[in-house]
Design a protein. Structure first.
Length: 112
């Protein structure tokens, strides 16, 4: 098993930051964090982007709680607070593809 480098961790955090900050702006702003074939809750990521656009801008806060990296794959848990009055927990799976860390799948649930 290869250990992840500090650079890998920094790049993954950067990808997740694009996701978090983009979610406060628009679907288009968060797209760069995702692979073109990414899925969200077993459906196309485009549904997430459309939902963010429909909801409009907000000022949600997020944090990355857990990050595990092995070779060219990673898993992260993200807690999102006050996205249009709702709170979520996301699990993101990332891969390093063509030298860039990208979200390939995301599952999430609302915390009530």
């Amino acid at each position: 098993m290869n250990a992840a480098t500090l650079q890998d961790y920094a790049e993954i955090m950067q990808t997740l930051t694009i996701y978090l900050e983009g979610g406060n702006v628009s679907g288009e702003a968060m797209k760069p964090a995702f692979h073109a074939n990414a899925i969200v809750n077993a459906g196309p990521a485009s549904a997430l982007f459309e939902g963010v656009d429909k909801a409009g801008p907000c000022d949600a806060k997020g944090r990355i709680d857990i990050l595990d990296v092995v070779n060219d794959i990673a898993c992260a848990r993200v807690v999102l607070e006050n996205w249009h009055g709702m709170n979520f927990v996301d699990f993101h799976q990332l891969m390093k593809i063509d030298g860039r860390w990208q979200i390939v799948s995301k599952i999430y649930t609302e915390i009530k």
